[in-house]
Write a protein that binds this ligand. Structure first.
Ligand code: FES
Ligand code: FES
Length: 165
């Protein structure tokens, strides 16, 4: 049986790509398998755990709930955009400093959720941080240190005023 395929164009972490995808292909599979960006994790594949979170045109999106064809023409930012030249991004540093991770499986989603939050609200309260990360499930750290990490990142970024990614 002949399979229908569409060619989509999207910009991921500043690089333009054209990818042939089937209509049912998920954005997360396109990122991981077609573009080799495996920093975005797949957990539940049902929009529950949040580990697949990326930014699409600046908005946080669960990439297991979005079809790749829906990202045609979009700008996508994944966790790979954070570190540069081997140096951790302040958000990543924050999670290390505040011990906001253990196994790290949820961390890509937590980082991108934090990126979206701080882009919109550079000085969130603990309640706002908890609300923002409430769509992400962490099975090992507990949320106290993740909240502390987001606060650390907010304080660091407001001190340096650098929110480039
Ligand atoms: S893998 Fe997308 S929300 Fe869990
Ligand atoms: S650090 Fe292990 S699931 Fe969050």
């Amino acid at each position: 049986m002949k399979r229908s395929v569409s060619v989509i164009g999207l910009t991921v972490n500043g690089v333009r790509h054209e990818v042939a995808v089937e209509p049912r292909r998920l954005l997360v599979d396109c990122l991981r398998d077609d573009l080799g960006l495996t920093g975005t994790h797949i957990g539940c594949e049902h929009g529950v755990c949040g580990t697949c979170t990326v930014l699409v045109d600046g908005e946080s999106v669960r990439s297991c709930l979005m079809l790749a064809v829906q990202a045609d023409g979009a700008t996508v930012t994944t966790v790979e955009a954070l570190a540069s030249d081997g140096a951790l991004h302040p958000l990543q540093q924050a999670f290390r400093e505040a011990q906001g991770l253990q196994c790290g499986f949820c961390t890509p989603g937590m980082l991108m959720t934090t990126r979206a939050l701080l882009n919109e609200n550079p000085n969130p309260s603990d309640h706002e941080i908890r609300t923002a990360i409430s769509g992400g499930i962490c099975r090992c750290t507990g949320y106290k240190n993740i909240v502390a990490a987001v606060r650390w990142a907010a304080e660091h970024e407001s001190a340096t005023a650098g929110r480039e990614a």
